[in-house]
Design a protein around this ligand. Structure first.
Ligand code: PRP
Ligand code: URA
Length: 210
């Protein structure tokens, strides 16, 4: 079964509180999501492999130093709300390629509807991070992960700001090979499929559409 990591760094937790607050406006919401995403990327990449190389410094020749090695990273935001997390992550991983999966959740059935997929051509060779602020029923994340697997992806992690236990369980059931990284694991879903206490509709709050 995939592991669940709740990234409890104090800066992440502090900023997440302001993201959640009802009175936080679009501009501040966007800036905070950007900052938390960068902090989360810092934590998620903690286990990336390193190799030794030899370099010249201004002081000595042939000093041993470390650089990243292994699989290259691919970031896959789920449209729309996943877009809000991309800039913060790219600041730390500027060489990452970015694919997009467009999904919306049908308001009646809560089932995900796919409307767009565009991915780097070499996804099978990349370590992919699927990005979405919200993991509610898990339908959207599961559909995005399945879409990537169908196109050849082999190594996938999922990164969300806030999750409901129901969504985590669904992803673990359907994709036991995928580890999940969260800023918070909330209490539950309400009858409309919103995360409680959550932060509301992430896409609307990011893009000011409500
Ligand atoms: C939101 C969110 C996730 C999805 C989570 O997107 O960004 O993609 O809901 O819900 P689930 O786990 O129950 O599938 P939404 O469908 O509102 O689309 P949007 O990003 O375009 O606003
Ligand atoms: N999508 C959101 O944007 N928020 C929720 O709480 C659940 C799904």
């Amino acid at each position: 079964m995939g592991k669940v990591f709740v990234l409890d760094h104090p800066l992440i937790q502090h900023k997440l509180t302001y993201i959640r607050k009802q009175e936080t406006g679009t501009k501040e919401f966007r800036e905070l999501v950007d900052e938390v995403s960068a902090l989360m990327a810092f934590e998620i990449t903690r286990d990336l492999p390193l190799e030794d190389i030899n370099i010249n410094t201004p002081v000595v020749e042939d000093a041993q130093a470390k650089v990243l090695t292994g699989k290259k990273i691919g970031l896959v935001p789920i449209l729309r709300a996943g877009l809000g997390m991309i800039d913060g992550i790219i600041q730390l991983i500027p060489a990452a390629k970015v694919g997009h999966v467009g999904l919306y959740r049908d308001p009646e059935t809560l089932q995900p509807v796919e409307y767009y997929v565009k991915l780097p051509s070499d996804i099978e060779e990349r370590e992919l991070i699927v990005i979405d602020p919200m993991l509610a029923t898990g339908g959207s994340a599961n559909a995005a992960i399945q879409s990537l697997k169908t196109r050849g992806a082999r190594q996938i992690r999922l990164m969300c700001l806030v999750a409901a236990p129901e969504g985590v369980e669904e992803v673990q059931k359907e994709h036991p090979d995928v580890d999940i990284y969260l800023a918070a694991l909330d209490e539950k879903l309400n009858e409309k499929g919103y995360i409680v206490p959550g932060l509301g509709d992430a896409g609307d709050r990011l893009f000011g559409t409500k």
